[in-house]
Design a protein around this ligand. Structure first.
Ligand SMILES: C[S@@+](CC[C@H](N)C(=O)[O-])C[C@H]1O[C@@H](n2cnc3c(N)ncnc32)[C@H](O)[C@@H]1O
Length: 213
């Protein structure tokens, strides 16, 4: 299954949906084709990227089911939108989008890197994270973070801030093992002693997480 298909399987049925940083628009097409939303907004900071989604969803735009907005992050998105998807961007970018605007009512996020920064921001700012796990596609791991803005955050252990909510999940374990392998391979290189000590400490931490799980 490809990344888009797996990502879409995390989306819920809702009334209003927004696909922020939509690019091609495939996720919005999935929502509409499957009758999972009644209205959608496609948005992107790049007019050129947005045009791809506008072409794909032309019929829905003409019918008034889809609105297209060229904007930075959530700036052009109504705060009442029931479910917002932000996928394929860096974690720092996603945090900056929230800081500039708001945390959506219900969100599905798929940060490409700096995932911990996203977790920390959500948990410090009253969001509840209900799903936070990796999936595999094309030999790579992708994390999905799903939850709600509800005013009361859940608690995360240090290991969960690093590797997600579901430490005992099969794919999470596989991901953690792959991180361990990468760090062990890194130790084979010629390193400054302080870097070596840091990596060794990280390895002990990861081994501890695997032993606990
Ligand atoms: C790699 S594509 C991901 C497309 C799609 N969401 C996916 O997951 O396949 C990232 C898209 O996010 C857009 N983007 C980056 N920063 C953005 C921001 N601050 N606000 C809106 N769109 C942004 C880019 O223009 C690009 O189209």
């Amino acid at each position: 299954m490809d990344r888009i298909e797996k990502l879409c399987s995390y989306l819920d049925k809702c009334t209003t949906f927004a696909d922020v940083g939509c690019d091609h628009g495939y996720c919005t097409r999935y929502m509409l084709k499957n009758g999972l939303c009644t209205a959608a907004v496609i948005s992107d900071i790049s007019a050129k990227c947005l045009q791809k989604a506008e072409t794909l969803l032309k019929g829905y735009i003409q019918a008034g089911t889809v609105k297209s907005v060229c904007c930075n992050g959530l700036e052009g998105i109504n705060e009442d939108t029931e479910q917002v998807l932000i996928a394929g961007m860096g974690g720092e970018e996603i945090v900056s989008i929230f800081k500039n605007s708001f945390i959506p009512q219900n969100f599905v996020l798929q940060p490409m890197k700096n995932i911990r920064a996203v977790r920390e921001y959500l948990l410090k700012n009253g969001a509840q994270i209900t799903v936070d796990e990796p999936f595999e596609s094309g030999g790579k791991f992708y994390f999905v973070i799903k939850g709600q803005r509800c005013g009361k955050s859940n608690n995360y252990a240090e290991s969960q801030l690093e590797f997600g909510l579901n430490l005992s999940g099969e794919t999470t374990k596989k991901y953690i093992k792959s991180e361990l392998t990468k760090k062990r391979a890194y130790l084979e290189r010629e390193l400054k002693s302080e870097t070596r000590l840091k990596i060794e400490e990280e390895i002990r931490f990861i081994e501890g997480v695997l032993n606990e799980g």
